[in-house]
Design a protein around this ligand. Sequence first.
Ligand code: M6R
Length: 606
Amino acid sequence: MCGIVGYTGNRQVLDILIEGLEKLEYRGYDSAGIAVHNGEMKIFKSQGNISSLKSKLPSRFEGTSGIAHTRWATHGIPNERNAHPHLSFSGNLVMVHNGIIENSEEIREELFANGYTFVSETDSEVLLNLIDYEYVVSNDNILQALINAQAKAKGSYAIVLLDKNRPGEQVICRHGSPLVMGLDDSGCYTASDIYAISEYATRFVFPENGDIIFAGTDGIREVYTAEGKKKSLEEKKYIVDGRLSGKDGFDHYMMKEIFQQPEIARDLLSKPLPVVSEKYSAEEIDNIFRTIKGVTILGCGTSWHSGLIGRYLLERLARIPANTEYASEYRYRDPVIPSDYLVISISQSGETADTLAANTLVREAGAITLGILNVKNSTLERETDMQIYLEAGPEIGVASTKAYTAQLVRLAQLAERLAWVRGETVNSTLLNGDLRQMAETMTMILKRSGKLKMLADKYSDSNNFLFLGRGLNYPSALEGALKLKEISYIHAEGYPGAEMKHGPIALIDHDFPTMAIATDRENLSKMVSNIKEIKARNGRIIAIIQEGDESVRSIADDYFEIPNVPDLIAPMVTALPLQLFAYYISLNRGCNVDQPRNLAKSVTVE
Ligand code: M6R
């Protein structure tokens, strides 16, 4: 997490840094800071988000080389002292860092023993002082200092360093954390995410693990490996998705992104599923899909929820064994990884640390990997054999909405494709017509958002919520609960309907309402029984039902009707009322919808 941005060239740097930070704010907003080298080094920091930092900056401020940071706290509380950029012990180096130094305590002790003291509690300052120490030891040879420091530091980092004695020069280094550099005729940009600099830069390079890069007003001057061997980096042109442009009249990014879902679904469903690969030809991909013996799906958070639905769709349509795993658990349990399985990693950002690590594990074990991702040029794209893009445009709201439904559409398309190549031809056309209606169905739901606002007004005071669903609606229940808790700070639990009797029912009373996702025709009578059991204990029910369904409507306290859709694609539709319900409750409770407390959009630390 955390976002870093840097620029050196012949333009004034302040606006570049501030605009870059604003685009990176989704990565964390506990504190922010900038350093500008305009002959002398000036550092400004603030607790809180970029607006607090802006209010602290002088109105006139010159300088053409600078770095900036927006923080998601890992080591040390969110305050000004722990904010970046950090100044080194010698006073010569200033640095911003994204990542985690795992052996920072050990290094801190060693530096203490060498007379170093620290201003902050951060692992970043430890890394900076390690570089500072190695700089002194190697007689001001910054390349050697970085070679030595990288050999000692364990963990992940993307850093940009300024040296007081070398105005206009920046030294960049990365291992594990995302980093892109951009170039234009004016100079050289560095950022955690391409969107932070894509307004200016026209050509891009993606530093590899261990790379040490010297940048100056004339662009990238030299690149070295972690061992100090000279190398070069390939420049790429990149067209940035235009859908980034602001909130488009909505009060929040989350609401804009909820309302983008019909258009995204329409776009995705208007073409056959594109599976991209530099490694395999189209025939080879079909052959892989035909011959694999099973599928493992990996992901975290919302992407794990879509993976749970993907498992169901793959089994149901393609009749192939499938399992879905939390990437964070999978990577540490010494899993058996069959080499004839396809492993699918799902990630909006393509930068989630646990998903990437689990993907590396399966790659090393020889499995074929497929990434389903939204952010192009992300690490997951580079580290998978095949890719399917969500094409949802940048998702800025921390709560994932449009990426989730795009994942579901892509997984349905993939399940159909596998069904087709594996000879399950009847199943392969099962969804066709209904999927094509998806955009219209979503639009109809958005038109009913007023009803969800009314429901939110009624239930905003509840401090606990149970979300229940059976079959495909169980992952939807998990996703609905996650949306509510992350943006409104209400305790919410998602459960399969049948499991309720095994414990959670003890919680039920009038103040503990249940959101029952009761659209699944196959299991409807069982869901009706669950709802009655809750009602018998004085619990209140809000039900999401298929239009015209009397069996649930007659017993629920409140209901929201979705247009009639087949069970298999209901999750793509029910996601929308669940998102809107969470959105309106968050507003009613005065929470920060787009930037909920303690969270960040990209979880780049494990
Ligand atoms: O970028 P990813 O899809 O890998 O992110 C995974 C989770 O961090 C993410 O889905 C998170 O759970 C969202 N905030 C949920 O809304």
